[in-house]
Ligand binder design. Structure first.
Ligand SMILES: Nc1ncnc2c1ncn2[C@@H]1O[C@H](COP(=O)(O)OP(=O)(O)O)[C@@H](O)[C@H]1O
Ligand SMILES: [Mg+2]
Length: 300
């Protein structure tokens, strides 16, 4: 199996999953990106990390991107003699902005691009399935790969549909300095919920797809959730309180993924300014336009 000459480079967006009622299904790609470069070398493993996660993530075979590259190479029937990887990270880790999905998608795409006929042997649909399997769920992986708004589901393998987002919608992420564990947040969900809450949330999830793709005036009602956010309050009381505060003044706010970041789906400059003004001390308000493209290979 032949490898390409020279390095390959990929750009992967941050993502926000759930968006309120779209639990484990809806996701939005955001204009905040990691850029990674990888090359096949004669031996060893060289990893350089700048930005988010620098000094924290392991610089050996247990590095998430490397693990995903190895798994993809094995699937393609080859392993390079040596690997060099450079990560320029801008997506903060463990904040509910999809850093793990971005790392996984980047690893799979870099390895595929390093193998001469990789793209033919691992088509995009298989990349989605593989990356979702590694992450454990497709709700961040799908928008990271495809951009825009995605509806993801699992039927055997992970699948997803992409839609453009109404241009009036500008996501504003309110990002705290502290982190939250996705695993802990998942552990707080009950085995069963009242039928009326399930029915309510299913209706709101359907409304949310319509609202985000052409009826943004319905976004406040469309972001109401009764399936996960109320149950997760003990894991992130400040985030749930902030969502309530933003919603009490009419802003469509949700917990981003498993938190603790809060996302406001602002519809005009006034809503962006009001969301910024409500950000508590120690939280950073970041206007992150929707990323329409998803993961892209860059020229090196
Ligand atoms: N770019 C990266 N390089 C290496 N490891 C990463 C990267 N991004 C995320 N990770 C790993 O994933 C963990 C965060 O994943 P997770 O808890 O799912 O939070 P998030 O909401 O940011 O995806 C980090 O602590 C780190 O171990
Ligand atoms: Mg994650």
């Amino acid at each position: 199996m032949a490898f390409v000459d020279g390095p390959v480079r990929v750009r992967v967006p941050a993502t926000s999953a759930n968006l309120g009622p779209g639990f484990d299904a809806l996701g939005l790609a955001l204009g905040l990106h990691d850029e990674l470069t990888a090359a096949v070398v004669s031996d060893g493993l060289r990893i350089e990390v700048a930005g988010e996660g620098s000094g924290q993530v392991a610089l050996d075979e247990s590095h998430l991107v490397i693990g995903c590259m190895r798994r993809t190479f094995t699937l393609l029937g080859t392993q390079p003699a040596g690997l060099a990887l450079t990560c320029e990270n801008r997506i903060p880790h463990s904040r509910g902005l999809g850093s793990s999905a971005a790392a996984i998608v980047a690893g799979v795409l870099l390895a595929r691009a390093l193998v001469v006929d990789g793209a033919a042997r691992l088509p995009d649909a298989d990349v989605l399935a593989l990356a979702s399997e590694i992450e454990g769920h497709p709700d961040n992986v799908a928008p990271c790969l495809l951009g825009g708004l995605t509806v993801a589901w699992i039927a055997g393998a992970a699948k997803a549909i992409r839609r453009d987002v109404d241009p009036a919608v500008t996501p504003v992420a309110l990002v705290p300095s502290f982190t939250a564990s996705t695993e802990l947040a998942r552990g707080l969900l009950p085995e069963s919920v009242p039928h009326r809450d399930a029915a309510f949330t299913a209706g709101r999830a359907a409304l949310l797809v319509a609202a985000l793709t052409g009826t943004p005036e319905a976004l406040f009602d469309a972001t109401q959730d009764r399936l996960h956010q109320p149950y997760r309050e003990p894991a992130m009381p400040a985030s749930v309180r902030l969502v309530e505060q933003l919603r009490s003044v009419g802003l469509p706010a949700v917990v981003s993924g498993a938190g603790p970041t809060v996302l406001v789906l602002a519809r005009d400059a006034d809503e962006i300014a009001r969301a910024r003004a409500i950000a508590p001390q120690g939280w950073t308000a970041r206007e992150l336009p929707v990323d329409c493209r998803g993961a892209t290979l860059l020229a090196t």
